[in-house]
Design a protein around this ligand. Structure first.
Ligand code: UDP
Length: 143
């Protein structure tokens, strides 16, 4: 397994629930290291740009409104097999289908407000990391 980096977002619903520390603890217990982090209240343009691949989907407008409804915490996670490991800890997109003990099963209310985002491939991880962080803001162990 290779050491990878992936982009993670704690969405406005989870920030409002005051579970940032619990979620960070799950990353660390899984062997994922937080190598960049920031709290940000996204602008509409930033949220639309981030989710541009979903622009034609029926839920796009609601998704953007939700993502700008409050601050988010954005981080880069590093570790063995980080992209897949992070997706596993997050659980399925729909919290009703998420495995017990995952972040979405424990904290998300619905498929629309589902607590966390995680890159779904190594290729997208690189694009998403660059969307939110300058190279100088990321402090990898592997540097
Ligand atoms: N989403 C939604 N309604 C849907 C499907 C997706 O609001 O029916 C939102 C949800 O917040 C999800 C995001 O769009 O996390 C991106 O969808 P994707 O299928 O990429 O899921 P993810 O990779 O986040 O599990």
């Amino acid at each position: 397994m290779a050491v990878e980096q992936t982009l993670s977002i704690i969405k406005p619903d989870a920030v409002a629930k005051n579970v940032i520390g619990d979620i960070y603890s799950r990353f660390e217990k899984a062997g994922l290291r937080i190598i960049a982090a920031k709290m940000k209240h996204l602008s509409r343009a930033e949220a639309e740009g981030f989710y541009a691949v979903h622009r034609e989907r029926p839920f796009f407008g609601d998704l953007v409104s939700f993502m700008i409804s409050g601050p988010v915490i954005i981080q880069v996670l590093e570790g063995e097999d980080a992209v897949a490991k992070h997706r596993q800890i997050m659980g399925a997109t729909d919290p009703k289908k998420a495995e017990a003990g995952t972040i979405r099963a424990d904290f998300a209310e619905s498929i629309d407000e589902n607590a966390v985002h995680g890159s779904d491939s190594l290729e997208n991880a690189a694009i998403e990391m660059a969307y939110f962080f300058a190279a100088t803001e990321i402090a990898p162990r592997t540097r």
